[in-house]
Design a protein around this ligand. Structure first.
Ligand code: ADP
Ligand code: MG
Length: 711
């Protein structure tokens, strides 16, 4: 019968993992050195086993063992696995914490968390007094937060500034990475030892396809192509599971639907080289998936059934699925990049790097010889794929992390110990934004408002709007909105997945009706209204179904709103929480608060349906078809927007009409700061004279000419 499951039984037993033979040496290495770099092939057992070894060796007596992950799904799934291995309830001895979801307790000894969470913890406890060991995992991913943590930990815990105050024993730091850049990491931590877990990778035979070439960087034809290749493998290759790398939830769901549709038509009984494959089990894997579904990914398939997992990059290194023998590589990834055309961070689909492609292929060679099918050609590899992935710190907005650093007392943000320095202009851009939000003053010092802002795990624009609303006593309008903007995919779009135009029409009508209910047509108010209507409904899940709304997203929004409310309450109890009054029209209140945060995203209609942004980029933008204001452009003059989507055009999504007078006094701020002037305040030593010179120069500047035209 099927042999596709033959490795799983053995592999699911952690005692067979490569790391096991090195348990004692590893524990010893952690004991003898304050900093340690650990490297080994993905799947060797670093993430799941090392924390257990350290716990067993008694490190938990002095505090928790904390392990960071760049991705929230990885933190959750791995914690589940380790809780299972240690035979305890998740949230007790083993727990996890990710943004808006804390599953830990007083008893937690081993805590998996996102790198962003540890960064927030350092804010309130810079000596990390709760921890005996901190493990920074997946460092090769070079996520922004992990890179900042590397610098902070080096600054706080090494050399002369070593912190011992508030700690019973010195902190142990372990940095884990797949084989890349370990020398660089060791050098970064004063030449600390490197522990390499030997492990071998079986050869993987890679082939190039012909579907994607250098001209196809923006095409979306890759979904159909990966489906075709996966079905070809299923029909012609011996037993062994398939892992398909795609870009994001929508593409993955589409691919799974297509696979399902096509696989239904196959006559399942065929023999390939003596191994029977009876059928195919199709499983999606992406970040915002429900965790019970994620668990299924790791289960061995039933006998005779071939598993086909369609995943994002999460399956490249963060999670290891046993039994994979075939890889289908789309060659693309969804990545957050700073877009200089619009001056904002944008999630976009880009070609992966060559090193990433090798990593993907390697997933097929863990337990035996594997095969990797690339759907792109050799020319695409040579011309479109960079050799290495650029670290996130060099390609995304630094605003939030620079504020965190400043709140931690790191004033000299240019000479901070970065593993790889971001470009100075990115640092200056972040300072400029913080100054515009009044989070730092002219000297680069954090303001009272900045200290409040750093407490919220939200984008600064949104935080600023929430704080304004709280000062005016109308947080009940902004907190739900902030929660709704923090979850993905609220509106179900059936047409996208099943190409069912009549269903799509019904959904569109329901969604428009929700917008109309708010009185004032705007996307922010529509989100607020969905939240309120669903919350007050007797049967909220049925309400969602009826209105083509994702109930799971709404449920998270409810929980996030509660958490944001708790943060706000805690801040309001402190003295000095700002209180303001508002004597204008009450119905304007919501939009006025939004303007306080989103004045950086103001656009004015120029001609026809085209708008022009009011920041220094002056980009030409269009309203996205998903907005409730689409096709009503003629009635609008001034708008604010939450985010943008760049295709051949730049689209603004989540849009709200405003009046010019509401942003009149704020807009000049977008132009008054000269980033080069800010470069002096980025460094620690700022003389009084410098500040004076700057202030005089500032005063001489006129606000930019803006035509006064009202909505
Ligand atoms: P590394 O960190 O070195 O890449 P891991 O510790 O993540 O390795 O994985 C070790 C093993 O544990 C792998 O064989 C993997 O398949 C298995 N594993 C990890 N998480 C789970 C899970 N949730 N369910 C089943 N097996 C898992
Ligand atoms: Mg790992």
């Amino acid at each position: 019968m099927a042999k596709s499951t033959r490795w799983s039984v053995e592999e699911n037993n952690p005692e067979h993992l490569p790391i096991c033979q090195h348990k004692d040496e590893l524990v010893q290495a952690v004991k003898t050195s304050p900093f340690l770099v650990v490297t080994g092939e993905t799947g060797s057992g670093k993430t799941t086993q090392l924390p257990q070894y350290l716990c067993e060796a008694g490190f938990c007596k002095d505090g928790k063992i904390g392990i960071t992950q760049p991705r929230r799904v990885a933190a959750i799934t791995v914690a589940q696995r380790v809780a299972q291995e240690m035979q305890c309830t998740l949230g007790k001895e083993v727990g996890y914490q990710v943004r808006f979801d804390d599953c830990t307790s007083q008893d937690t000894l081993v805590k998996y968390m996102t790198d962003g969470c540890l960064l927030r913890e350092i804010l309130s406890d810079s000596s990390l007094s709760q921890y005996s060991v901190v493990i920074l995992d997946e460092v090769h991913e070079r996520s922004l937060n992990t890179d900042i943590l590397l610098g902070l930990i080096k600054k706080i815990f090494s050399g002369s500034s070593k912190i011992t105050r508030g700690r019973s024993s010195p902190l142990k730091v372990v940095v884990m990475s797949a084989t890349l850049e370990t020398d660089k990491l060791s050098a970064f931590f004063s030449d600390c030892p490197v522990f390499t877990i030997p492990g071998r990778l079986f050869p993987v035979c890679c082939s190039f396809g012909s579907a994607v070439g250098p001209k196809d960087t923006e095409s979306i034809g890759y979904v159909k192509e990966v489906v075709k290749v996966a079905l070809d493998i299923h029909g012609s290759e011996p037993a062994g599971d398939i892992l398909v790398f795609l870009t994001g939830q929508t593409e993955i769901e589409r691919a799974c639907d297509l696979l399902f549709e096509k696989a239904e038509c196959i006559d399942y009984r065929f023999d390939v080289q003596d191994q029977t494959v009876d059928g195919i089990l199709i499983l999606p894997l992406y970040g915002s998936m429900p965790t019970d579904q994620q668990r299924q990914i790791f289960q061995p398939p039933p006998p005779g059934i071939r598993k086909c997992v369609v995943a994002t990059n999460i399956a490249a290194t963060s999670l290891t699925i046993n039994g994979i023998k075939y890889i289908v590589d789309s060659g693309f990834v969804k990545q957050l990049n700073h877009n200089s055309r619009v001056g904002m961070d944008i999630l976009e689909v880009v070609p992966i790097s060559q090193s990433e492609a090798q990593q993907r292929a390697g997933r097929a060679g863990r337990t035996s010889i594997g095969k990797c099918f690339r759907i792109y050609n050799k020319e695409f590899w040579e011309k479109c794929m960079p050799e290495y992935t650029i670290p996130e710190i060099q390609r995304t907005s630094l605003t939030a992390v620079i504020l965190t650093l400043k709140c931690l007392g790191v004033h000299d943000v240019i000479r901070f110990p970065y593993l790889d320095c971001p470009e100075e202009r990115f640092i200056l851009e972040a300072l400029k934004q913080l100054y515009q939000y009044d989070a730092i003053d002219r000297r680069g010092k954090v303001t009272h408002l900045g200290e409040l802002m750093v407490e919220f795990p939200l984008h600064p624009s949104l935080t600023r709007a929430v704080l304004k609303a709280a000062a005016l006593g109308c947080q009940d309008l902004l907190l739900p909105l902030a929660a709704m903007l923090s979850v993905e995919n609220i509106f179900i779009r059936p047409g996208l997945l099943f190409s069912q135009p009549e269903k799509q029409k019904e959904a569109d009508e329901k969604h428009s009706a929700l917008a109309a209910k708010t009185g004032s047509m705007n996307d922010f108010a529509r989100l607020l209204s969905v939240f309120q209507l669903c919350k007050s409904s007797d049967r909220p899940s049925a309400w969602c179904k009826e209105n083509w709304i994702h109930w799971r997203a709404l449920k998270s929004a409810f929980s996030i709103e509660t958490q944001l409310r708790e943060i706000l309450l805690r801040l309001q109890q402190k003295k000095d929480f700002p209180v303001e009054t508002f004597d204008g029209n009450k119905s304007e209140l919501f939009r006025r608060c939004l303007c306080t945060g989103y004045f950086t995203n103001v656009a004015r209609r120029s001609i026809g349906k085209v708008f022009c942004t009011m920041d220094s980029h002056g980009s030409m933008v269009h309203i996205h078809p998903s907005s409730s204001l689409f096709d009503q452009e003629a009635e609008l003059n001034w708008v604010i927007f939450h985010d943008v989507l760049v295709t051949s055009r730049v689209y603004i999504r989540t849009v709200c009409p405003i009046r010019y007078e509401w942003v009149k006094d704020l807009l000049p701020k977008l132009h008054e700061v000269d980033v080069y002037e800010l470069s002096s305040v980025a460094r620690e030593e700022v003389t009084e004279e410098e500040v004076k010179r700057w202030e005089t120069k500032e005063a001489a500047k006129r606000p930019p000419d803006v035509c006064v035209e009202d909505a």
